[in-house]
Every structure is written in structure tokens, then in C-alpha cells.
Design a protein around this ligand. Sequence first.
Ligand SMILES: Cc1cc2nc3c(=O)[nH]c(=O)nc-3n(C[C@H](O)[C@H](O)[C@H](O)COP(=O)(O)OP(=O)(O)OC[C@H]3O[C@@H](n4cnc5c(N)ncnc54)[C@H](O)[C@@H]3O)c2cc1C
Length: 559
Amino acid sequence: MNAPETVSKNAQFLADTHEVINVSRDLVDYNLYQQDAALQEAVKREGAAWAQDDLLAFGRLAGSADYLELGALANRYGPEFETHDRFGNRIDLVKFHPAYHALMKSAIEHGLHSSPWTDPGPGAHVARAAGNYLQGQVEAGHGCPITMTFAAVPSLRTTPSLARLWEPKITARIYDPRNVPDTQKQGLTIGMAMTEKQGGSDVRANTTRAYPVGAEGPGEAYELVGHKYFVSAPMCDAFLVLAQTPRGLSCYLLPRWRPDGTKNPLQVLRLKRKMGNVSNASSETELRGALAWMVGEEGRGVRTIIEMVAMTRFDCMVGSSAGQRAAVSQALHHCSIRSAFGKVLNQQPLMQNVLADLVLENEGALALTMRIARAMDNRTDQHEDLLVRLCTAVGKYWICKRTPNLTYEAMECIGGSGVMEDGPFPRLFRESPVNAIWEGSGNVQCLDVLRAMQKTPEVIQAFFGEVAKAKGANATLDRWVGALQREFSDLADLEYRARDVVDRMALGLQAALLVQHAPAAIADAFCVSRLGRSGHHNYGALPRSADCQKIIDRATPRM
Ligand SMILES: Cc1cc2nc3c(=O)[nH]c(=O)nc-3n(C[C@H](O)[C@H](O)[C@H](O)COP(=O)(O)OP(=O)(O)OC[C@H]3O[C@@H](n4cnc5c(N)ncnc54)[C@H](O)[C@@H]3O)c2cc1C
């Protein structure tokens, strides 16, 4: 008679298989700005203290669970493309998940696409870079059209008649994703189309041709015939495009609709199947007599569009630094909760070494990025202008290239769960190589550093002048700079040696900034680990002198 009772007790016991203990939890509902001491210091130092309140408010929004979820959703449900509607009309329509639109709307309403143009002044680029750094930790893909819209303005300004017409709507804080002519909208987004099948780095190989409709020259109308093999964010309202005329490669502004309200034949053939950057649609297109207006001088297309490219390269520095911070925050958070072998992971000496090393990488990236932002705010000063010219290439090369390995190491800090698709790391990891490849791949950036040195030799004095601000404060850095200077006394084979030289420039500049501005624990460990040893090392090989606990405490986000 007692048997059934025994069975039911056992069944209840068996159903309750285990207690879930010693696991991490989502890093959500924290203030991304308030919990980032390095960012707050950089914002104040580089001239945007006035933006603190706005950044605090934006940091709270960006760190909220709902907002962070938008980033995951926009990538889980990627864009879909339709050439025609159900009646047979050509529509070239890319449909995005509502989460993508929500992020676009927020970015635009916070002025991430335009604030330095609409509200220029001390710290304008710094404040925008800080906002972008926060938004970039939430989601990277929508950052592509935000950056391109922002970056198009300097190129457009080379042709005042076009800028007068377009700039007010490009810089307006209004997001209007409708697939309708620009004349029906109050806010516009801008893309860029340079790359063709036969060449992306070497755009001089472009075969797309431009034919004048009537008068020729800047601001005049042309029709473009050819193709563009990479056109990201094809739902942008207009694109800066390169095409050939008899006088050479020229730049054009090409809207998706003609002024008469018909579709401009920039036809999307298909969307790329990318391994990362999923929320952002990137397309292959053909131009079948698409109407466009010349921007800048005929035959000076590269000169004109380089104004835009310089800005997009800077945003690659911001974006990759943000990706680093997102990954390092996750690692620090997880290791502050999870225990193994009787101790919380962030108290295990070897894990401390890894975590601190990751933090140093991100501190260096952020310091360099924000210094260049300040230089962008002060381009009337010759030193600052030279720094922008040289160090955007240095920083874009170095920071973007360092990000994939950092992201992987941060993923490893999580252990097996780090690999799972329902966590943030697969997305962060897949995103991590992209910035290094577009907007001028690694070698192209290094060659650009050499080009800047050849065309404007003063850039190198500006570089060493900047680094010299830290002279005498750290003997390892002083030795590093001395050796780097000797590299430039022998210019033979400089193209072959360009990566080595640019690596060393980037590290020297990062170290000089940290020595001047970061807490001693950060600066000392950065110099001794990056400048004090020969050869490369895996993360987690900091020498004994590093104060890992201090470095980790400073960077760990608290919910
Ligand atoms: C996700 C994504 C989105 C993109 N969106 C756009 C877009 O919206 N608009 C657009 O115009 N383009 C876009 N691109 C294209 C991108 O800018 C190009 O892929 C990039 O510029 C490289 O060009 P490529 O692919 O033709 O490679 P290549 O030019 O063939 O280069 C291949 C490799 O050779 C190296 N190399 C080139 N020249 C030299 C040299 N002289 N010495 C040594 N090494 C050299 C490069 O660094 C690179 O590593 C996008 C790319 C990606 C991945």
C-alpha cells in the first residue's frame, strides 16, 4: 500500500535534477557611459566636457536591456531583398527588421550622423565619437549608413550648389526609411559606391562611365553606365559614386529617384551573403543610365571622395574600439561572477593577466581614437591637421587589425558558452574583421601613411612632436621612440617595411597618450608589455610588474 507514495516522491526528486549555480547573467541595464572611466576621462580631456550630461543619458539608454536586444534582433533577422513588387514593378526594395529601423532612428535622432556639421565647435567630433562608441557597442551594422551619411558632408561641400540643396536634409535629425523620392522626405541618408569587380583598393581601374546630359562640370547632370560591386545600405536616398569621363575619374551624387519621381536605374542585383555585419545590407548593382550630378572637379573624383573616406576611416577606429569595449566588458563581467577551482575567475592570477591585457588594448585604442577626434575639431591648427592626415591611417590600420584577436580572446574568457549563438560573441567576432578590410584594407592604410609622408613630409614631424609630449615620463617609451626615429633615417625598402613601421608608430602614439593621461597602472603596463619586449605575444603575457587588479577594477562594468 505504501508503494505509490514512494514512487511519487522519487518522481518529484528526479524532476528536480539540479540547482543552477555559478553561472553568469546578462550584462544589461547598466549605464555604458557611467561605467566607462576611460571614456569619461577622454571626453573631458579632449574638449567635450559639455557633452557629459547627454552622454550619461545616452549611456543609460544604450545599456538598457531593450536597447541591447535591438542589436541582437537586427542581426538575427537580416535584411531581405525584393527586385519587383507583386505587380511586376521594379522596386529594388530591401526590407529590414524593425529593430534595425529603431537603431537607425535613434542614431539619427541623437545626431550621430551629423552633429559636428550642425553644431560645430570645440569638442564636437569628440562628443559624436563618444556617442558613436556607445552605439557601436550595441550594434555595428547600422553604423555603416550612419557613418556614410555623416562622412558625405565634406565631399558634398566641395560643390556648394549641391550642398545647399542636400545638406539640410542629410544633417536633419529625421529618419525616414520610406522607399520614396528624396523630395518627399525631410531626412536623408547617403551611401557610397566606389568598388567594382576588377578593383576596390585601386579605384582608378573603375570602368563605370559618366555621360553629360547637357552642360559639363561640377554640379551638372550626367548619366552613369556601369556597375558597382559593393554598395552597402542600398536603401540610402543617394550615393557618392565614382565614374570615368574623358578627363578621368570623377565623383557624382546619385539619388535613387529622379526629380520627375521615377526610379533612377541604379539596379540592385542581389545582396551579398556576408559572414558578419549581417544587419547591414550590402549589394551588387548595375547603373543603367542613372542620373547623377558631378561633385567636385572633373577628373578629381578620388580627391573629392577622399574627404568622405577620411571620415569613414575615422569611424572605423571608433567602431573597432567600440567592438573591443563590448567584448572586453562581457569578459570582465563574466569573470567577476564565474568561479573555477574555488575562486572567482577574475581572482585567478592567470585570468587576471588575460583580462588586464585586454583592457590595455582597448584603453590604447580609445585614447588614440579620441585624440584624433580632438584633432578633427581643430583642423585650422596645422599640427592638428597633420595629425588627422597621418594618424587616421595609422589608427585605422592598427585598431581594426587588433580587434579580431582581442574579440576571440574575450570570447575564450567566457569558456564554452562564449561560442553559443544565443550570446553576444558570435556577432562580435564575425563583425571584428570587417572594419580592417573596407575603407582601405591594412596594406592600403600603411601605403597611405607612406604617401602622406611623401606628399607632406611635415606629417612625420607632427607625429614625433605629438609623441614627444610624453618625453622623459617613461624610459621604455623614450627608447622606443628613439629607435622608431632611426627607422626613418633609412628610407630604403620602406614600402616593404611599412607594416612594421606603422605598427611601431601606432604603439608609440598610444603609449605616449596613455603615459600622459591614463592612471599609472595602465600606462606602465602598456609600455612594458607593448614596447618593452620584442616580438608579438598572446594576450595574458603581462610581466610581473603589471597591477592587474587595478586595471581590471577600473574597467569592469557594474550593473
Ligand atoms: C561588408 C563590406 C561592405 C562594403 N561596402 C562597400 C560600399 O558600400 N561601397 C564601396 O565602394 N565599397 C564597399 N566595400 C568594398 C571594400 O571597400 C573593398 O572590398 C576594399 O576596398 C578592398 O577592395 P577589393 O575587395 O577589391 O580588394 P583588392 O583591392 O583586390 O585588395 C586585396 C588585398 O590586396 C591588398 N593590396 C591592394 N593593393 C596593394 C598594394 N599596392 N600593396 C600591397 N597590398 C595591396 C589590400 O590591402 C587587400 O588586402 C565593402 C566591403 C565589405 C567587406
